[in-house]
Design a protein around this ligand. Structure first.
Ligand code: HEC
Length: 67
């Protein structure tokens, strides 16, 4: 492989690196919320307090629109 090929290869790798960063930045649900959603997105996910059933399900679409 000559040095010209090596230069182009590095350029392509750098472009892939940056474009994947842009895709992640466009995601409107932060990573920390996604980890919460692994449990809280489940339908019928709930707990009981003082004998009352409390829903813990969070709709990701509602969450994305919220503050
Ligand atoms: C491993 C699964 C899991 C993950 C991940 C998780 N939770 Fe929970 N969460 C629960 C469970 C189970 C309860 C119910 C606890 C109880 O019975 O009081 C709960 C309860 C809650 C409550 C209290 C609801 C109430 O009215 O009592 C809040 C608020 C909450 N979670 C927010 C979050 C946030 C914010 C994150 C992310 C940072 C998160 N949870 C991540 C399982 C999870």
């Amino acid at each position: 492989m000559n040095s010209k090929h090596f230069y182009y290869l590095m350029l392509i790798l750098i472009l892939i690196f940056f474009s994947s960063g842009i895709v992640l930045a466009q995601d409107n649900i932060p990573k920390v919320n996604k980890s919460c959603l692994t449990c809280h997105q489940r339908e019928g996910f709930s707990t009981k307090h003082d004998g009352k059933e409390i829903s813990l399900t969070v709709d990701p679409a509602v969450l994305a629109d919220s503050v």
